[in-house]
Every structure is written in structure tokens, then in C-alpha cells.
Design a protein around this ligand. Structure first.
Ligand code: FAD
Ligand code: DLZ
Ligand code: SF4
Length: 519
């Protein structure tokens, strides 16, 4: 009896649990491009092109192995345009006796999947997603009834369990778990980061790009610079390119930002990893091997491995532990609408302009831009987490709710009330000035917190600290800024609060950003 095996767009992995035990003589594999998945948020055009191209390439590879693939293209006349619709339609067409699928990455799709049995009248087996290093139940067990779910402690357990960068059962390589203190350098003016390898669109990708332009013309972003890997072989080449040319300095400049340098020493592997083209453990092992061979220093390699083995696994654990309530968290009571410049990039704030315009053109910004520029601004300005969440889901090629939501609600906005981070990642312009060269070319003056041309990050920061001083009063990690605020002249505090109010009112009125010469 035919088993229908369903593979979703972010499950383009040969080792997927849904493919285990597949019998090519008996089974049919279903992949379906559907409008509902392309539009549940209006994804960046490059994200849709990446996922559909990866799906088409993966289907072709499976067919070459002799596997029967039922592939619903987006423009097939018979396509019902929903996952449930295609599963029911193809199950009937092939006379399936049961359905096997791997657990999806998003709560919304799992809810949908739970209805497939009713929709098809067939048993549906939802298998664990073995592509993650830490199974969901393992994370739950770790979380147990701990009061604090700090990533660092989870990460150490993962190091012990995987043996990555370990010299013995409890001995981390180099004698420490974390070398972050070495990883906070601004970019040296003389350093030119090597450009990441680009993967020019082949015929399949070009066809998909034309389809995306035709079907989703009003989605955010441009397709011109599309250069993402779309096959497992290309994703491995992208990883190798990173390990060879950028890993060694990844640590040093992990938190740096620079005008005209959209990628610095980052890996650009999340987009491929999140749609299944690259195995996270393979990425960690490749980095460790580079260290063992003396090709990259420990601060770089440990920093990179921590991002994947630590942060990536941890945020996924938090997502499944806390959903569905996590999505509605808004601990700081933020209600403001997302300013229009998040879409247009039209702002006089150079740091935000750089992060947003590169996001539009590349569907990419690196972590510090996401956290300390667009995220920090949204935190300080009190933007509604639901609006911010939608923005991050739309704009990045690597965005899937399981990873995007905890990063947005937990890390950037402190909307989860401190589940993930012990204090909000709020910072004034001084931080951006220390870590980047954006301020030099900005219309605002980073040294000023009030008066004509004052940097908005400055007065918004102090306004934020003042608004939330009571809430964070007993948090030792917030003690310093609160003490500094208390020591400030009351007139200065009042002036900054007034500037913040006027600035935010200007944003609400639809101005791109208030004229720095106007106040
Ligand atoms: P690198 O800087 O080279 O890091 C290597 C890898 O580590 C990444 O590919 C990624 O797999 C992993 N990683 C690093 N930081 C994190 C993190 N905080 N959480 C999970 N994995 C991490 N990452 C996504 O994959 N998808 C998202 O939708 C996403 N949304 C984010 C939203 C906000 C507000 C913030 C602050 C961060 C978000 N991140 C997201 C995390 C991080 O910014 C991206 O993983 C990273 O920028 C991807 O680029 P890269 O591959 O060059 O990463
Ligand atoms: C992101 C995405 C897009 C744009 N399109 C499809 C699609 O047409 N068909 C499909 O199976 N999956 C797609 N995906 C990925 C899904 O949105 C993803 O599987 C869910 O968000 C669960 O992580
Ligand atoms: Fe950003 Fe302020 Fe610096 Fe301008 S001066 S780039 S707004 S931090």
C-alpha cells in the first residue's frame, strides 16, 4: 500500500525523518508549492525564490534516485494552494493508505497538520525532526522547573553531550566555555572583509524568480542580487567558503558594523540551514576541524559553534516550550505602530538606513544589526511586538517563526519579560558609535542627547530607562543606567523625555524621520 511522504519547503534534507524507510517501489513523496505558505506573511521575494528553488532542486535530486515525487508547482491549475488541500488531493490521487511527515518548524503548521487525519481519513504519522541537535523533549527535560533558562548553561550541556570543543567529559577546549570578551572589536579601518561566495541563479532559479515577480509583485525586497545556495552541494560550498576565508576573524568582528560592509566576517549559512540544505552539526564540525588544524583561533571557532549549538538550539527549545502563548507576550506594554521607514529605508539615521536598505536588497542583515539597530530602535521606541515580529518574519531569507520569534520577543524586545535575557538589550547611540562607523556619516550627532541634531538613540534610550525604571529597579544588570539617570539634572531628563515624545509623535504622523535640524 502506498505511503504518502510529505516534505515541506524547509525540509529539503536527504536525512529527513519522513524519508526514513522509504521504499521507492511503493511510496510517493509529495512536495507542494502553495500560495498559503508564500503569503501567510508577505515574505521577502528572495525568501520565496530560495525556498521554491530549493524545493525544485531537491525534487529533481530525489527523482534521480528513482523516488516518485508528486510535485505541485505554484502555477499548476489543479493546485489547491494550501498544504492540507494538496495532501488530501494527492493522497486520493495516488491511493495512499497512510501519510508520514516530519514535525514542522512552526506551531501554525503543526496545528494544520493535526487536522490532516480528519481531512484525508488516513492515519498521519508526525515524526520528530532529527535535524536539530537537541530533541524537543531533551530541551524540556533541561528546562524542567528551572527558574532561569539561561542559554549559557544549556550550551555547556550541549558541548558535553556532543563532545564539540571538549578535551574530556567536563573540560572545555582552551580551559573556558566562552571567549566572548575577545569578540567585541569594531572593524579595523584597514581590514577588508572577503566577499562571501555568490551562487548565480541557474535556469531553475531564474524560472522561480520570474514566477515570484509575477505572483508576488507587492512583496518586500528586490530579487536582483539573489545569490543564495539552493542545493545541498552549494550550501556545503558556502560553508567551506566561510571556513576558509572568514571564520578566522569571525570572533574578532562578530559584533562590528560598517558602512558598505553588509556581511563582514559572518557565515551567511542560516538561510540554507533553516530550509534544510545544510546540517548544523556538519557546520559545527567543520569549524572545529579548522581549529584543530590550526586554521582558525579558538575565540572564532567557539563563538561560531556557540551560535549554532547554543543559540540556534536554545531558541528552538524556547519556542516549543512556550508556544502558543509566547507569540502574544508584551511584557513592556509596547503599542506603537512600526514606522514606515522600516519598509522604505527612508530615514536620516544612518545606522538604520544601512540595516534596512541592505535587508531590502539582500534579505540579510547580520545579528548585531538585527539586535542592536532595528531591534534596539523598536525596543526603545516601544513598537508593538506583534508588528515587529511580522517585520522580522517578512524581511529575512532565513526567517521561520521557531527562530525568529524568540529572537524578536525574547532577545530584541524583552517582550517575554526576561525568559531569554536577564536584561533588555537597550543601548544608546554610544554603543552604535563604538561598534560602527555609521555615526560619522549621519545627519544626527551621536554625542548629543538633547537639542538640535541630537541622536534619537540617545534621548530614546534615556526615555526608555526612565519609563521602565520601576520595573527594572531591582535588576542588578540595570542598576548602572538607572543610577546614572537618577544622578542626571532633572531638567536634562525632562528635555530628553520631551524630545523623545516629539520624535515619536513625528514618526506616528508618518514623517520618514524628523529633520535633525528641526529641534
Ligand atoms: P552568523 O553570524 O554567521 O552565525 C552563524 C549561525 O549561528 C547562523 O547561521 C545561525 O544559524 C546561528 N545563529 C546565530 N545567532 C543566532 C541566534 N540568535 N538565534 C539562532 N541562531 C543563531 N536567525 C535565523 O536563522 N532566522 C531568523 O528569522 C532570525 N531572526 C532574528 C531576529 C532578531 C530580532 C535577531 C536579533 C536575531 C535573529 N536571528 C535569526 C539570529 C541571527 O541574527 C541570524 O541567525 C544570523 O544573523 C544569520 O546570519 P549568518 O548565517 O551570517 O549568521
Ligand atoms: C517558506 C515557505 C514558502 C515561501 N513556500 C512554501 C511552499 O510553497 N510549500 C511548502 O511546503 N513550504 C513552503 N515554505 C516553508 C513553510 O512555510 C515551512 O515549512 C513552515 O513555515 C514550517 O516551518
Ligand atoms: Fe545611528 Fe545615532 Fe549614530 Fe546616527 S548618530 S548612525 S542615528 S547611532
Amino acid at each position: 500500500m502506498t505511503i504518502l511522504r510529505v516534505v515541506l519547503g524547509d525540509q529539503c534534507s536527504r536525512g529527513l525523518s519522513a524519508l526514513e524507510g522509504l521504499d521507492p517501489a511503493r511510496d510517493v513523496l509529495l512536495m507542494a508549492e502553495v500560495r498559503s505558505e508564500c503569503t501567510y506573511v508577505k515574505h521577502h521575494k528572495q525568501k520565496i525564490a530560495l525556498v521554491l528553488s530549493a524545493m525544485r532542486h531537491f525534487a529533481a535530486e530525489l527523482r534521480e534516485e528513482g523516488i516518485t515525487v508528486s510535485y505541485s508547482a505554484l502555477d499548476d491549475a489543479a493546485n489547491s494552494q494550501t498544504l492540507a488541500g494538496e495532501v488530501a488531493r494527492i493522497a486520493t490521487k495516488v491511493g495512499a493508505s497512510r501519510i508520514i511527515v516530519t514535525q514542522p518548524g512552526e506551531w501554525r503548521v503543526l496545528e494544520d497538520m493535526r487536522g490532516w487525519e480528519r481531512a484525508t481519513g488516513l492515519p498521519v504519522e508526525i515524526r520528530e525532526d532529527g535535524r536539530f541537535i537537541c530533541p524537543i523533549d531533551r530541551f524540556r527535560a533541561w528546562a524542567g522547573d528551572r527558574k532561569q533558562l539561561r542559554m549559557e548553561f544549556f550550551y555547556r550541556e550541549m558541548r558535553r553531550e556532543t563532545g564539540l570543543l571538549m578535551e574530556g567529559p567536563d573540560e572545555p577546549t582552551g580551559g573556558a566555555w566562552n571567549f566572548d570578551a575577545e569578540n567585541r572589536k569594531p572593524l579595523d579601518p584597514g581590514v577588508r572583509p572577503p566577499r562571501p561566495r555568490r551562487f548565480a541563479p541557474d535556469a531553475v532559479t531564474k524560472q522561480v524568480m520570474a514566477l515570484v515577480e509575477r505572483e508576488f509583485p507587492d512583496h518586500f525586497g528586490t530579487l536582483e542580487a539573489f545569490a543564495w545556495p539552493v542545493t545541498a552541494a552549494q550550501a556545503e560550498a558556502a560553508l567551506a567558503d566561510f571556513v576558509t576565508h572568514r571564520l578566522a576573524r569571525f570572533g574578532d568582528f562578530q559584533d562590528a558594523m560598517a558602512e558598505g560592509e553588509p556581511t563582514l566576517f559572518h557565515a551567511l549559512v542560516a538561510a540554507a540551514m533553516n530550509c534544510g540544505l545544510l546540517d548544523p552539526m556538519e557546520a559545527c564540525r567543520a569549524a572545529e576541524a579548522a581549529y584543530r588544524k590550526g586554521h582558525a583561533p579558538l575565540n572564532a571557532v567557539e563563538g561560531f559553534i556557540r551560535q549554532i549549538l547554543g543559540w540556534r538550539e536554545y531558541v528552538r527549545g524556547i519556542y516549543w516550550l512556550r508556544m502558543p502563548a509566547y507569540r502574544d507576550t508584551n511584557a513592556l506594554g509596547a503599542t506603537r505602530k512600526l514606522p514606515w521607514f522600516y519598509w522604505s529605508g527612508e530615514t536620516r539615521m544612518a545606522c538604520l538606513r544601512a540595516a534596512i536598505t541592505q535587508t531590502r536588497d539582500l534579505a540579510y542583515a547580520h545579528h548585531i544589526q538585527r539586535l542592536m539597530v532595528t531591534g534596539n530602535f523598536a525596543l526603545l521606541a516601544g513598537i508593538d511586538p506583534a508588528e515587529v515580529n511580522d517585520w522580522y518574519m517578512v524581511v529575512y531569507a532565513d526567517a521561520y517563526e521557531w527562530v525568529e520569534l524568540p529572537n524578536t520577543h525574547g532577545m530584541a524586545l524583552h517582550a517575554d519579560g526576561g525568559v531569554m535575557a536577564s536584561k533588555p538589550y537597550a543601548a544608546s547611540g554610544a554603543y552604535i558609535n563604538r561598534m560602527s562607523d555609521h555615526c560619522r556619516g549621519c545627519a544626527y550627532d551621536v554625542k548629543k542627547a538633547t537639542g538640535k541634531g541630537a541622536c534619537p538613540f540617545n534621548f530614546l534610550y534615556w526615555d526608555f530607562v526612565s519609563r521602565h525604571a520601576e520595573r527594572f529597579g531591582r535588576n542588578p544588570r540595570m542598576a548602572m543606567p538607572i543610577r546614572t539617570l537618577m544622578k542626571m539634572a532633572p531638567e536634562k531628563v525632562a528635555a530628553m523625555k520631551q524630545e523623545a515624545a516629539a520624535f515619536l509623535a513625528g514618526l506616528e504622523s508618518g514623517a520618514a524621520t524628523p529633520d535633525p535640524g528641526a529641534s
